[in-house]
Write a protein that binds this ligand. Structure first.
Ligand SMILES: Cc1cc2nc3c(=O)[nH]c(=O)nc-3n(C[C@H](O)[C@H](O)[C@H](O)COP(=O)(O)OP(=O)(O)OC[C@H]3O[C@@H](n4cnc5c(N)ncnc54)[C@H](O)[C@@H]3O)c2cc1C
Length: 459
């Protein structure tokens, strides 16, 4: 192995959301940074996750608009989906962002190393014959799509989101195993593109981590959209047949489709990378960290999907920034994960921040809940979307949970995030004038109603 030169302040293994955010912020703060990436900087989010799926969802929205123009008095029809065209558009978005990110990395004078790295000591990562020494090492190797025991991903008829993003045709029918965020987003895309879609979820509801009221609203919307789902029963067997795939459930039901998407969660990429050998505390493959993203080895931190926090790109960004700032000697505060906004970008969208009603009851005892139906919101009526804004507050205290369902409500969660994180009282939000006619008024009106002065609602 080549002799190490001067150790860098920070050596980062993995250039996804968590790793590259730490690199950018670290370099900005004057740290010398080495960023090691085996594939493409930007990681899952940019190349196989957030961005390509949201491009597909936008194409799906365009398809719906074309199909449904008549209800707005516009004569349109959907002639079909040209997947090559959709993929070109999706690829174009990713390529532009990828180029921009590469430029940023370069401009911040980060030493970018292309290659597969392995932790070889508490202060060093080796890539081939070269060892990169650092005063500190940040592990950010991310996650991969998991499957279930006995279900083999063959990449053609039984696929994960990685292959789903590369499909060159719209399948005639799809079974989606897993009704979480990724499963529900693909269900939405494929239904809009004209496929028959069935979601199988072992838990009693779709998007099971959300407030139950949001799950029920999404289920109602999916029923209207004729997206089928089976809840509360797990898969027992998946068999490939001549025409596609057959799925059997533990409750005896069975389903057939052209393809099966396995969307049952993501596991940490941590095997064979020298983590155990370095003495890191690990659980189920995740690297364990404290609230400052510090592992049990003082020179090693870890962030992103590799650690057991919310698997979201913006969580990776936040954790990466926290590590960079801590190493640069800035004061840092632990992340309040309940205060991180969550969005499922399906049609309709599901967005939330803070505690569900059940969690709030557990934490605060008595709570007050208010649900404002989007039926009373002008802009939602213009868009012809249905849904609601639900607020949960601690009794006589601040708002501790905001839960929304409806087209475009993902954009509203940024305001909801301020309300939760600044511990706003309903009265304080009620006194802020929201622009008319926007969907943000639904948030304002919900707070007015909760503060006891409803305007366009009965309560
Ligand atoms: C289909 C899908 C849709 C999603 N949509 C959203 C969304 O809308 N919003 C959202 O917030 N999140 C979304 N996510 C989640 C988001 O993509 C992840 O939370 C985020 O990418 C995690 O960032 P990370 O840096 O921890 O890991 P990753 O992005 O996975 O990056 C890890 C990087 O490490 C590299 N690496 C691994 N091992 C090595 C090694 N030995 N040597 C060198 N490099 C290595 C990998 O190549 C990879 O680039 C989605 C995920 C998926 C799969």
């Amino acid at each position: 192995m080549s002799a190490p030169t001067q150790p860098a302040d920070l050596v980062i293994l993995g250039g996804g959301s968590g790793g590259y955010a730490a690199a950018l912020r670290g370099a900005e703060l004057g740290l010398s940074v080495v960023l090691i990436e085996k594939d493409k900087v930007g990681g899952t989010c940019l190349h196989r996750g957030c961005i390509p799926t949201k491009a597909l969802l936008h194409a799906a929205e365009v398809a719906d608009s074309a199909r449904e123009g008549e209800q707005f008095g516009v004569k349109t029809s959907l002639a079909g989906i040209d997947m090559a065209g959709v993929n070109d558009y999706k690829g174009g978005v990713t390529a532009k962002l990828y180029k921009g990110l590469q430029g940023l990395i370069k401009s911040r004078k980060i030493t970018y190393v292309e290659g597969e790295g392995k932790l070889v000591s508490p202060t060093a990562v080796a890539v081939g014959d070269t060892t990169y020494e650092g005063k500190h090492v940040l592990l950010a190797t991310g996650s991969y799509a998991r499957s279930l025991p006995g279900i083999e991903i063959n990449g053609t008829s039984v696929i994960t989101s990685d292959q789903a993003l590369e499909l060159e045709r719209v399948p005639s029918s799809v079974i989606i195993l897993g009704g979480g965020v990724i499963g529900c987003e693909f269900a939405s895309v494929w239904k809009s593109f004209g496929a028959d879609v069935t979601i199988i979820e072992g838990l009693p509801h779709l998007v099971p981590l959300e407030d139950e009221s949001s799950s029920k609203l999404l289920e109602r919307a999916y029923r209207r959209r004729k997206i089928d789902f089976s809840l509360g029963s797990r898969v027992s067997k998946v068999t490939t047949t001549e025409d596609g795939v057959s799925v059997e459930l533990e409750n005896g039901k069975s389903f057939e489709a052209e393809i099966v998407l396995v969307a049952v969660g993501r596991g940490p990429v941590s095997q064979g990378l020298g983590y155990e050998e370095a003495g890191l505390t690990m659980e189920r493959g995740f690297v364990m960290v404290d609230e400052y993203m510090q592992t049990n080895v003082p020179t090693i931190s870890a962030v992103g999907d590799l650690v057991p926090t919310l698997q979201l790109a913006h969580v990776g960004f936040g954790e990466g920034i926290l590590v960079a700032e801590r190493l640069a000697g800035l004061p840092v505060v632990p992340i309040d994960y309940a205060g991180v906004p969550r969005v499922t970008y399906s049609e309709p969208e599901v967005a939330s921040v803070g505690l569900t009603e059940a969690q709030a009851k557990e934490k605060h005892g008595e709570v007050e809940v208010l649900t404002y139906d989007l039926g009373g919101n002008g802009k939602s009526q213009i868009l012809k979307t249905q849904g609601a804004v639900k607020l949960v507050r601690a009794k006589d205290g601040p708002v501790v949970g905001v839960h929304m369902v409806g087209s475009r409500v993902g954009e509203l969660v940024a305001e909801a995030q301020l309300i939760y994180n600044w511990e706003a009282l309903p009265d304080e939000v009620a006194s802020l004038i929201h622009p008319h006619p926007t969907q943000s008024e639904a948030l304002g009106e919900a707070h007015m109603a909760l503060a006891g002065k409803p305007l366009h609602s009965h309560s």
